[in-house]
Each structure stands twice: as C-alpha cells, then as structure tokens.
Design a binder for this molecule. Structure first.
Ligand SMILES: Nc1ncnc2c1ncn2[C@@H]1O[C@H](COP(=O)(O)OP(=O)(O)OP(=O)(O)O)[C@@H](O)[C@H]1O
Ligand SMILES: [Mg+2]
Length: 365
C-alpha cells in the first residue's frame, strides 16, 4: 500500500482497534500479546489486566477454548467452533460465541503464536430462539384450534341445558347457585375457546399508522385503574421523537395490554411496572434489496416474582399458566401478533427480582 510501511501499520492498528469481533493474539509461549477493545468487552477484562498473562489464566474453566488454542498451536492449522463455546464472565449474562483460532506465521515461515477471532452470537441465538418459538406455536395453535372447534358445540349444549334447568329451579331454591356456576363456567370456557380460535384464525392484520406512545399511554391508564388499591407504580418512559409505526392498532393494543397485565399480575404486594420505548441500537431488519429498517423496542419491565429459568421455555405454549384463573393464551397471542408485524420478542427474568419482556418491531413501509 505504501512503500515505507508506516501508514500501513497504523491502518492495521486502526482496523484491529475497530473490529466488531474480539481479537486476541497469543505469542509462542501462549501469553496474551494483543487484546482489542471488542475482546475487552467480550471477556469483561481490560487489556492492561491481561497483556503478558498466560492464556490458561484468562480462559480458565473454558475447556473447549483451551482445546482449540492447544490444537492450533500444536498442529499449525486453523480450527473453529461455532456451536459450543459460552464465555462465563464475572458479570452475567454468559456470552455464546463462535471462535476461530489460527496460527500466525512470519514472512519466513516461522510460527509465532496464534490469533483468536471471537464473535458474539447472542443476537443470533435470540433470533434463532424466536424462530423456534414461532414454529412450535404454529403447530400447537393449529392443533388446539381444531380441538376448540370440536368443544364449542357440545359446550353450547351444556350451557343451553344449564339455562333451561335454571329456569325450572324456583327463585329461592339453594340449587340456583349451582345452575349459576354451571352457566358462568360454561361461558368462561367459551371465552377461552374463542380466544384460542382467534389465535389460529388467519385474519389478516389491518395496517395503518399507529402512534404507539398513545396506545401505551391508554393501556397504562387502564391498568392503573384495574390495579387500584394495590401498591403498584406504573411508569412510562417514551422517546417522543419516535414516529408512528405501520401496524394493526387493535392487535398491538392487545399485545401490550397482555404484557402489562402479566407484569401487574406478577407483583404480589408492592412493586413497579415500567414501560419504555426507544429505537433499538442493537438490531435492524434487513431485507434483500432494501435499506436496513430500524426497529423500535418496547420494554415492559416489572419487579414481580420473576420466572424460573426452566419455565422460560414453556411460556409461549398455549394453555401454559401458573394462575388459578389464567387461560395461558396471553403470551401465545402476543407471539402471534409480533410475528404478524415481522418483529420478535425477548424475555429476560430473574426469579425474585422481576421480568423484562421486550418487543422489537420494524418500521414497515
Ligand atoms: N411478567 C411476568 N412475570 C412472571 N411470570 C410471568 C410474566 N408474564 C408471564 N408469566 C408467566 O407465564 C405464564 C403464561 O402467561 P400468559 O400471559 O400466556 O397466560 P396467563 O397470564 O397465565 O393467562 P391470561 O393471559 O389468559 O390471563 C403465566 O401464567 C406466568 O406464570
Ligand atoms: Mg397473561
């Protein structure tokens, strides 16, 4: 590039400093010789803390990573793992990564050490999880909707018979209470079934410009009312410069109402629900031939009881509920609505501390 080499060196240094992938170079003794800023973010440790240290110390406990380094050092060939490596940092969350370790050769063919390229896979994993959930939901939804259809007719018969019976029972009879329960509960089952059929019915969404700030404001007002008398504080934190998005207002209202309702219900005695909206700095939607579309993120965060890690997987399954009078269709419905808007959902939770559900929606055109 340049005969004297110096500007080229500084270009190398700039590229190295600005790479989004973490780059770690080890010398022949396996000591850390280079550690770029992305590596510092990825491993949660500064360059100063690790330069000159043995890599076994930095990678302690990461057997697969140590194996890759050892193998590249001994065999002089590149080796990668795109599946199995998760970096455990001092501050959670653990980071899934793909790693390639390549030997470094000098111009005269001597081996100098190895270089590791470490790529953050957390966003890829989030998206994979969202796709898996959608697939599972569509199969379950179709099955359950078929079943719901079968239940609706006999249920109508039961309710009709209970109403007839109710009319036959004298006004002051204690039996009246039983017929009342029969009718009410039949109606409740019917409501659940309608909701379930809604979930699977292919009604195309009706898109128009939706002011999410207003939708969220209304939901908060409504939920404040619904939780009157309980010690729950609702907060709205919205970037006012966000333009309206193209979406189905009814469906989006239902989506956020379900999430805010869940947040309120997760709080046992006293707590806080915060709804924040901003433009995503992490993700954008890429369509072949189009410019990348930005995403808006709406986060509904509560200080409620949280969700055990082993239960996170079940939340979107229709009918999964831990509430005595829940239908278990809320989140399944949310997932469907988010899919119809070509967005995705992400849930993070720590038991005892609270839950955060974030909805990412693209600005469609
Ligand atoms: N914010 C939250 N905090 C803690 N647990 C949650 C939260 N949101 C959902 N869950 C868990 O996920 C389950 C399923 O939620 P979903 O909204 O699908 O159904 P539901 O709330 O039980 O019933 P419905 O929405 O019909 O009232 C809940 O029963 C609860 O255990
Ligand atoms: Mg719910």
């Amino acid at each position: 590039m340049n005969p004297d080499g110096a500007p080229r060196d500084s270009l190398y240094a700039q590229v190295f400093e600005n790479l989004e992938d973490a780059v770690v170079a080890l010398d022949r003794q396996g000591r850390i010789a280079l550690f770029n800023p992305s590596a510092q973010a990825c491993f949660g440790i500064s360059e100063r803390q690790c330069l000159g240290k043995a890599h076994e110390e930095l990678f302690a406990g990461h057997e697969q990573l140590l194996y890759l380094v050892k193998s590249a050092m001994e065999n002089g060939r590149s080796i990668s793992d795109h599946e199995n490596i998760v970096i455990q940092r001092s501050a959670p969350p653990p980071l899934p990564v793909s790693v390639t370790v390549s030997p470094i050769y000098t111009h005269d063919g001597r081996r100098e050490g190895v270089v590791l390229i470490v790529r953050d896979l957390s966003r890829v994993r989030d998206l994979e999880e969202a796709v898996r959930r959608t697939d599972r939901l569509s199969i379950l939804g179709t099955l359950a909707a078929g079943l719901a259809h079968e239940i609706k007719n006999p249920l109508g018969g039961i309710k009709g018979a209970a109403q007839l019976l109710d009319r036959e029972v004298a006004e002051q009879s204690p039996l009246k209470e039983y017929t009342g329960v029969m009718i009410r509960e039949a109606e409740r089952v019917n409501g659940i079934i309608e909701e379930l059929m809604d979930l699977a019915r292919p009604r195309p969404p009706r898109f128009s410009q939706v002011h999410l700030a207003r939708v969220l404001g209304d939901i908060v007002l409504f939920q404040k009312e619904a939780h009157r008398g309980r010690e729950i504080d609702f907060f709205l934190n919205i970037d006012p410069s966000i333009p309206p998005i193209l979406g189905d207002e009814n469906l989006l209202t239902r989506l956020f109402l379900n999430l805010v309702k869940n947040a309120g219900e997760a709080i046992e005695r006293k707590g806080r629900v915060e709804i924040a909206m901003k433009i995503s700095s992490e993700y954008h939607l890429t369509n072949p031939g189009n410019r990348p579309a930005p995403l808006v993120v709406i986060e509904v965060k509560d200080t409620g009881k949280g969700i055990a890690p082993e239960d996170l997987d079940k939340l979107f399954t229709p009918f999964y509920t831990t509430k005595p009078r829940g239908s278990g269709l809320g989140l399944a419905t949310c997932q469907k609505i988010v899919d119809e808007h070509r967005g995705f959902l992400k849930i993070e939770s720590s038991p005892g501390q609270g839950t955060s559900v974030s909805v990412h929606l693209p600005f469609l055109r």
